[in-house]
Design a protein around this ligand. Structure first.
Ligand SMILES: [Zn+2]
Length: 439
């Protein structure tokens, strides 16, 4: 494609008329059209062959406590979620430097090095930690916690961070008290992380929880469904997905706040739920979450590239639960798949593609941005040609759908405000839409 354009420019700069120009233009346009319908092979940030979703080998974390140096420094990964592969003392350094190596479940892989460890020492001391990544480079700012209680975590803000190649070096005071250092606050168990989430008790009685299938390692794929008979001839349905990618905690937390706002007791939420049913899959990759994977499930596959061939049990479970709803009894009005990346981004379906409620994402976007003035938001449209969850929703139900990317490092208050406000504006817009179609 680039070569053809270059060829055209050369003809222009030569400043003489070529009888082949119309033919060339036609060829360029033809090639351009072909390229837009070419089979999808991966986004710019994907490793090669990401759409080959046949099972691959993975490496499980070896769980252990590693003791190094004198007085002893102890490093543990004996908990679920996030990774540490090995730790050793850097030879010849003036101050004790502990190298902590973090390996992904398999490679090549998207750069989402998700680490977490507990550290303590027989004696109070200040050490340097060097986070060293196999098949990746540093991404997530270290957080520190004194317990697994999610809300007690804070940024390791009084440390000076130095990047060395793709590694991160920082100092830390350690002693007999165990501390957690992690890319994101550790939530040891995927199910517990749902149940311990502060708002869960508020909506637990308002949802039906079903297991629609099991992961590769036999963990439940949960479905949450809002209750009640909507009484309309054709029920409106909102579909929500979360946590296909294990380290994407901010997207997951924002989803939880989003969901709890939909389940609220105020008039807006009640009216919404009496007009639209909500079906959510809060934890699509429980193996990856509990085993501390950077990206994949237990078959070493990026689940969000498997929504065409459904070779993985996690995606198949959701497909089999949702597909029967395309039989005409329901009207799926919208779908959202929550993720995290280094910025807040909406990835809508191209405006030129006609969807059930057309360009809903494009109309919703400004309300979300306006309600979160301290955050930056970007929007980038895509053709619905890749094997990702959003496109499967569109292809199955003809409805608009969104990949909602939340910035990796949002704090809890920002995630809460984002989730709540986004749910509010979405409810208002969808109710408006309903009124317009009924009038
Ligand atoms: Zn993701």
């Amino acid at each position: 494609m680039m070569n053809h354009l270059k060829g055209l420019n050369q003809i222009d700069s030569a400043n003489h008329f070529s009888p082949f120009l119309p033919l060339l233009l036609f060829a360029v346009l033809f090639l351009y059209n072909c390229s837009s319908t070419e089979p999808f092979s991966g986004y710019s940030y994907d490793p090669p062959d990401v759409t080959d979703t046949e099972d691959k080998e993975i490496i499980y974390q070896k769980k252990r406590i590693i003791g190094i140096g004198e007085p002893k420094i102890w490093i543990s990964n004996e908990f679920n979620g996030a990774r540490v592969s090995d730790a050793w003392l850097a030879p010849g350094s003036s101050q004790d430097t502990v190298i902590i190596e973090v390996e992904p479940e398999n490679a090549p892989i998207n750069n989402s090095p998700w680490y977490a460890f507990q550290i303590w020492s027989d004696q109070e001391q200040k050490i340097l930690i060097r986070l060293s990544y196999e098949n990746g480079r540093h991404r997530y700012v270290p957080k520190i916690g004194e317990s697994a209680d999610y809300m007690s975590w804070k940024l390791l803000s009084d440390s000076i961070f130095t990047s060395i190649g793709g590694d991160l070096l920082f100092s830390i005071q350690i002693g007999i008290q165990k501390q957690w250092i992690a890319a994101h606050p550790v939530q040891a168990n995927s199910l517990e992380s749902l149940l311990n989430y502060p708002d869960y008790s508020g909506f637990a009685s308002k949802i039906t929880v079903d297991t629609v299938g099991y992961s590769h390692n036999n963990r439940a794929i949960l479905q949450w469904q809002s209750q009640g008979n909507l009484g309309s001839e054709k029920e409106g349905l909102l579909i929500l997905f979360s946590r296909q990618h294990p380290p994407e905690v901010s997207g997951y937390r924002s989803f939880l706040y989003f969901f709890s706002r939909l389940m609220d007791t105020d008039e807006l939420a009640q009216t919404f739920r009496s007009n639209f049913r909500i079906i959510a899959y809060p934890m699509l990759n429980p193996d990856g979450v509990e085993q501390g994977h950077w990206r994949h499930n237990s078959s070493g596959i990026d689940l969000n590239r498997d929504w065409e061939y459904f070779r993985q049990p996690e995606t198949r479970s959701v497909r089999d639960a949702l597909s029967p709803l395309a039989d005409g009894r329901y009207r799926v009005v919208y779908g959202i798949d929550f993720h995290s990346t280094n910025e807040n981004v909406f990835y809508p379906i191209n405006e030129s593609v006609i969807t059930g409620i057309d360009n809903f994402t494009q109309r919703w976007f400004p309300f979300v941005a306006e309600a979160n003035p301290k955050l930056n938001f970007r929007k980038e449209e895509f053709e619905p040609n890749s094997p990702i969850a959003k496109n499967w929703i569109y292809k199955t139900f003809g409805t608009d759908a969104l990949t909602f990317e939340v910035e990796d490092e949002l704090n809890e208050e920002e995630m809460q405000n984002l989730g709540h406000s986004a749910a509010e504006s979405l409810m208002k817009l969808l109710l408006n839409e309903l009124e317009n179609t009924e009038n």
